[in-house]
Design a protein around this ligand. Structure first.
Ligand SMILES: [Mn+2]
Length: 291
């Protein structure tokens, strides 16, 4: 009889017998939150996601499969924070992600603050000539500089656009005026999504992205009622089931070449958001690899 095992090994989804050689996905936990401006704590995010993931049921009734068994997922050691400079941290992440890519694995980063995505895309841009960055976020993160650094959670998309010409931000409901005017065509506001059915939303994303996509997912794209555990929560967000449907629709047509899930800032005693993050990652991997 299958027993839910809460003393599972300490890795993403608590998998027995992880094997790096055969794994398609390499997990990189990045406990980094040095440039967070409102509330620090997302350094605890990777561990909270891993803890919750070890108690998840790995059988998926949707696929009638144990998703993890079909993919091979290997959790690497945490990437230690560089406390000297945010740019140094970005470069450190890029180096680790490059190794994973050279080994033919899809990198999956667990944040940590959103800045980690800049390091990941830096490595992706070296390997892939043609790709899009699909960005889920309540915030546009498009300021050129913030708090005296260009490598900050508020500047993530400004840095990423320097490396990738095809970026599309989904679920945005907080943006500065200059960015709103400058990046009008690359922003899919939540207010505009509200009046559309699911198919129209997915078609819009498909139309604005290339075959290869890197997903950077700031969990604050979700409504704070379901996802209160973020550094800068923004009301009136997307719900879990909508985000899941979008992932399913988009990944049915596109190739996922890398992903980060960032900004989980766990609230002590409140575990539901951590489980949400773990389950969302698991289901997204299913949509990407079991089609
Ligand atoms: Mn955000």
């Amino acid at each position: 009889m299958a027993v839910l095992n809460t003393t599972a090994p300490y890795n993403l989804f608590g998998l027995e017998g992880q094997d790096y050689k055969t794994a398609k996905v390499a997990v990189l936990p990045v406990p980094y939150d040095s440039t967070s401006t409102f509330k620090v704590g997302s350094r605890e995010g990777p561990r909270a996601i891993i803890d919750a993931s070890r108690a998840l049921e790995l059988y998926s009734e949707e696929f009638d499969e144990v998703i993890a068994d079909k993919i091979g997922i290997f959790t690497l050691d945490e990437i230690a924070p560089d406390y000297n400079s945010p740019e140094g941290m970005v470069n450190r992440i890029a180096k680790e992600v490059s190794i994973v890519l050279e080994d033919g694995k899809m990198p999956l980063l667990l944040g940590g603050e959103h800045t980690i995505a800049v390091g990941a895309v830096k490595a992706i841009a070296k390997k892939y000539k043609d790709f899009s960055v699909l960005h889920f976020d309540a915030h546009a993160d498009s300021r050129d500089e913030f708090m005296s650094t260009k490598y900050c959670h508020a500047c993530v998309m400004a840095r990423i656009r320097e490396m990738c010409k095809s970026c599309f931000s989904v679920g945005v409901r907080s943006i500065d005026k200059d960015s709103a005017h400058e990046h009008e065509k690359e922003i899919f506001y939540l207010k505009d999504m509200r009046g559309m059915d699911g198919k129209k939303i997915i078609d819009t994303i498909l139309k604005n992205t290339k075959e290869n996509i890197y997903i950077t997912l700031d969990l604050d794209v979700l409504d704070p009622s379901e996802m209160p555990s973020t550094g800068t929560p923004e009301p009136d967000g997307m719900c879990y089931s909508q985000l899941k449907s979008i992932m399913k629709g988009v990944l049915a047509k596109k190739k996922l070449i890398g992903m980060d899930v960032n900004e989980l800032n766990p609230i002590p005693g409140m575990v539901a958001p951590n489980f949400l993050a773990a389950k969302l990652i698991y289901q997204t991997l299913g949509y990407a690899f079991l089609k």
